[in-house]
Write a protein that binds this ligand. Structure first.
Ligand SMILES: NC(=O)c1ccc[n+]([C@@H]2O[C@H](COP(=O)([O-])OP(=O)(O)OC[C@H]3O[C@@H](n4cnc5c(N)ncnc54)[C@H](OP(=O)(O)O)[C@@H]3O)[C@@H](O)[C@H]2O)c1
Length: 247
């Protein structure tokens, strides 16, 4: 039995969806482990605000999750603080746009290692304690393109396809041990990941979405919160599409 407040590890917490995830779990009274990479000032500021506003422990951590050694080192710190985290949200990721013939093998490695191998690595770090105590949840933030495939996003689509298959397989593997694993296949979410779109491109894209708009990061966070908690106790090994009816 845990004698402390529930905890969550959120990767990519310095990004648009990650910040919303951190706020949602803070509202729910969770202890937060928040990972960022380039934007640590922003992450530290947010960590201070959440700790103050919600009276919870918040630890910001810097790691390049495409680097397996850095990932492992980050978990040494986390597991020393809390050897039995309740929830892991694998949210860190990079977008990558290119024709396949222009993509280099280094691009493949970066996209696959950041988006897919990091999910493998982070799950391996939290699973031993989750399996031991027969509880815990993992939520992977994936993309609708992982199932559908997007032209000029072949590497990104492949990385998210890997996350989807990984989620379904691991969900089945650990279900008998009381651990649940699900993914959210996001449509277009209004975050810095889409900053490269011009106002005209944004408007055209929004028009293609039946709901007529991008999703807000908080809408992803609300679904992740549902998947992480006891409300979804019979739901596992699923990839849930959150795309406003786009696909
Ligand atoms: N926005 C969308 O339309 C959309 C659609 C489908 C799926 N998604 C997925 O949602 C997740 C979050 O994306 P977002 O929209 O919030 O994008 P974002 O604002 O660009 O955030 C990306 C996050 O990933 C972190 N990150 C990037 N490379 C990293 C690395 N090598 N090591 C560790 N962390 C790294 C970033 O950290 P730093 O900034 O500190 O480096 C940042 O916190 C991603 O997995 C993305 O693929 C987003």
């Amino acid at each position: 039995m845990k004698d402390h407040i529930p905890s969550v590890i959120i990767t990519g917490a310095s990004g648009g969806i990650g910040q919303a995830l951190a706020r949602r779990f803070a509202e729910g009274g969770y202890r937060l482990f928040l990972q960022g990479f380039h934007h640590m000032d922003l992450l530290r500021r947010q960590a201070e605000e959440l700790a103050r506003d919600f009276c919870i422990p918040v630890l910001p951590l810097q790691a390049d999750l495409s680097d397996y050694a850095a990932l492992t080192k980050m978990f040494e710190t986390i597991l020393k603080e809390d050897p039995a985290p309740d929830c892991l949200v694998n949210n860190a990721g990079v977008a990558f746009f290119s024709l396949l013939q222009d993509a280099r093998v280094e691009d493949w490695d970066l996209v696959m290692n950041t988006n897919a191998r990091s999910v493998f690595g982070c799950c391996k770090q939290v699973l031993p304690s989750m399996l031991r105590r027969h509880g815990g949840t993992i939520v992977n933030i994936s993309s609708m393109w992982g199932g559908a495939g997007s032209s000029t996003e072949t590497l990104y689509s492949a990385s998210k396809g890997a996350v989807n298959a990984f989620t379904r397989a691991l969900g089945k593997e650990v279900a008998p041990s009381g651990v649940r694993v699900n993914a959210i296949a996001c449509g277009v979410i209004d975050t810095p990941m889409n900053d490269m779109l011009s106002p005209e491109e944004r408007a055209a894209l929004a028009e293609e979405i039946p709901m007529g708009r991008f999703a807000q990061p908080s809408e992803v966070a609300d679904l992740a919160w549902y998947l992480a908690g006891p409300q979804s106790s019979y739901l596992t090994a699923q990839v849930i599409t959150l795309d406003g009816g786009y696909l």
